[in-house]
Design a binder for this molecule. Structure first.
Ligand code: C2E
Ligand code: MG
Ligand code: MG
Ligand code: MG
Length: 290
C-alpha cells in the first residue's frame, strides 16, 4: 500500500529491530534534523459520509520528505516515539493543521481536519494544553478540528488526560477514539469520555464479507459507538464489498484506499471539484444533492 502511495521504497524503520545499527543511528540523526527544520508535510485522506455521500473532512497524516523519498508516518512515528522527538513533531503537526484549517475558513470552504496525537504526547498533558492555546488564539472555528487519540493514551494518567481532553471538548474541538478495538480501553473509561467519534481499527474491517466472527464484532462496535452517542467510522476500507456491508450495517463514515489514498492537498484541490466527483461516483444521484 505504501509503495503505491509514494511510488518508492518506503519502510525505513521497524520498531524493535536491530536497535543500534548504523542505519538506525543515521535515521535518528536525520529525523532529529528534520524535526528542527520542520521538514514535514501532511497528506490528506478523505472521510466519506455514508448517509449523504458528503466528503468534507480528511485525516491529516504526517509525511517526511527524506532523501527525495516520502516516508509514511508508519515509517518514522515509532522511531520518533522511541527517541522522544515525537513531542516536537506533534507540536509541528498541530501548527500545520491549524494553519490549514484557518486558511480554509478564510476561503469560506467548509472543510474539517482530523489529527493524531501520539499516546506519549497525550499523556504529557502539556501537549494538550498547547493545542488548547493554539485553538483559542488562532481564530479557528473549533468544531473544524477533531483530535484522534488512541486507547493507550488513556492508560498512563487517565484522570489528567481526561481533564485536558474535557477542556478541549469545552472549546468545541471534537474527540475521536482511533484504532478502536485494538487497545485496552475499558467500557468504564469510554463512558467517561465525551467521544464524538470512534474509528474502528482496520484489522476488523479487512475480513468483512468473509469472517462472520469479525462481522459480528464490527456490528457490536457500531452499536457500542452509537450507545456512546458517537459517530462510527470504519478505517482501511479497501473493497466495495466492505463499503456495502458497512452501509447496510449502519456505519456512519468510511475511510480507506477505496475512497481515497492519502495525498497532498494539490491532488484534492480545488477540493469541491475532486470531492464532488467522489460524491457522484459513490452515491445514488439525488436531485437535491446536485
Ligand atoms: P492511523 O491514525 O490509524 O492512520 C491510518 C493509517 O492507515 C495511515 O498510515 C493510512 O495511510 C493507513 N491507511 C488508510 N487507509 C488504508 C487502507 O485502506 N489500507 C491500508 N493498508 N492502510 C490504510 P500512516 O499515514 O503511515 O500513519 C500510520 C500511523 O501513524 C497513524 O495511524 C497514526 O497513528 C500515526 N500518525 C500519522 N500522522 C500522525 C501525526 O501527525 N502525529 C502523530 N502523533 N501520529 C501520526
Ligand atoms: Mg488516526
Ligand atoms: Mg486509525
Ligand atoms: Mg490505524
Amino acid at each position: 500500500y505504501e509503495a503505491k502511495e509514494s511510488g518508492g521504497r518506503v519502510v525505513v524503520y521497524e520498531s524493535g529491530k536491530s536497535p543500534y545499527t548504523h542505519e538506525r543511528l543515521r535515521l535518528e540523526a536525520e529525523l532529529r534534523e528534520a524535526a528542527e527544520r520542520h521538514a514535514f508535510e501532511f497528506y490528506y485522506q478523505p472521510f466519506l459520509r455514508l448517509a449523504d455521500g458528503r466528503v468534507d473532512e480528511a485525516e491529516a497524516l504526517l509525511r517526511w520528505r527524506n532523501r527525495g523519498e516520502v516516508v509514511s508516518a508508519a515509517g518514522f512515528i515509532p522511531l520518533a516515539e522511541e527517541t522522544g522527538l515525537i513531542a516536537q513533531i506533534d507540536q509541528a503537526a498541530f501548527s500545520l493543521a491549524l494553519w490549514q484549517l484557518v486558511r480554509w475558513q478564510q476561503q469560506g470552504l467548509p472543510y474539517g481536519l482530523s489529527i493524531n496525537i501520539s499516546a506519549q504526547s497525550a499523556a504529557r498533558t502539556g501537549a494538550l494544553t498547547e493545542l488548547n492555546h493554539l485553538v483559542q488564539h488562532g481564530g479557528l472555528e473549533p468544531y473544524r478540528l477533531t483530535l484522534e487519540i488512541t486507547e493507550s493514551a488513556l492508560l498512563r494518567d487517565p484522570e489528567e488526560v481526561r481533564a485536558a481532553l474535557l477542556e478541549l471538548k469545552a472549546l468545541g474541538v471534537r474527540l475521536a477514539m482511533d484504532d478502536f478495538g485494538s487497545g485496552y480501553a475499558s467500557l468504564a473509561y469510554l463512558r467517561q469520555l465525551p467521544l464524538d467519534r470512534i474509528k474502528i481499527d482496520r484489522s476488523f474491517i479487512t475480513h468483512l464479507g468473509s469472517s462472520r466472527r469479525d462481522e459480528k464484532l464490527v456490528r457490536a462496535a457500531i452499536d457500542l459507538g452509537h450507545s456512546l452517542e458517537a459517530e462510527v467510522l470504519a478505517e482501511g476500507v479497501e473493497t466495495l464489498e466492505q463499503l456495502q456491508w458497512l452501509r447496510e450495517n449502519g456505519c456512519d463514515l468510511v475511510q480507506g484506499n477505496l475512497i481515497g489514498l492519502p495525498a497532498p492537498l494539490e491532488a484534492w484541490y480545488p477540493s469541491p471539484v475532486a470531492l464532488g466527483r467522489l460524491h457522484l461516483a459513490l452515491t445514488p444521484r439525488k436531485p437535491s444533492a446536485l
